[in-house]
Design a protein. Structure first.
Length: 151
């Protein structure tokens, strides 16, 4: 399991045209699953559309976010301060893949998290699982006989 630096984390997750799922926690509140976009500098956009609840709750408060990509084999987390999402924060091009692809209007509201530092680790590859054993003993291939005649 390798440790990933901020630069590596931002490079892995920081593709604005690809959105992803994450778990967000505002200060001591309960964690909330969100859709987000990680920018190349490591900042995170969490669009919410017309719902301003998250922007009001998170404004100026410490926020932590955790992202995992099982296919690529990494997990990372970051912390920073949140501010409301503004028109200049909308990524270009807009996400065309991932969880935000059909929700282009989602960037009308939300938060931008100014991430102080991303840190992560690569996940170990899952081991190959051997075939399940049966309760019957294995037969010796040379001892096999057939009861029916060959045709």
């Amino acid at each position: 399991m390798d440790t990933l630096t901020h630069r590596i984390c931002a490079g892995l997750a920081g593709t604005p045209e690809r959105s992803r799922g994450a778990v967000l926690r505002v200060e001591d509140d309960d964690p909330v699953p969100v859709a987000c976009v990680v920018l190349p500098d490591g900042d995170v956009l969490v669009p919410t559309g017309r719902d301003r609840t998250l922007a009001r709750a998170a404004r100026g408060r410490p926020v932590t976010i955790e992202l995992t990509d099982d296919d690529a084999g990494w997990t990372m987390s970051g912390a920073g301060l949140a501010r409301p999402l503004g028109p200049a924060d909308i990524p270009w091009p807009l996400p065309c893949t991932g969880v935000l692809a059909p929700l282009r209007a989602a960037f009308r509201g939300g938060i931008r998290i100014r991430i102080a530092r991303l840190a992560g680790r690569s996940l170990p590859e899952s081991p190959d699982i051997p075939a399940q054993r049966t309760t019957e003993p294995a037969q010796d291939p040379a001892a096999r006989t057939t009861d029916r005649p060959l045709s």
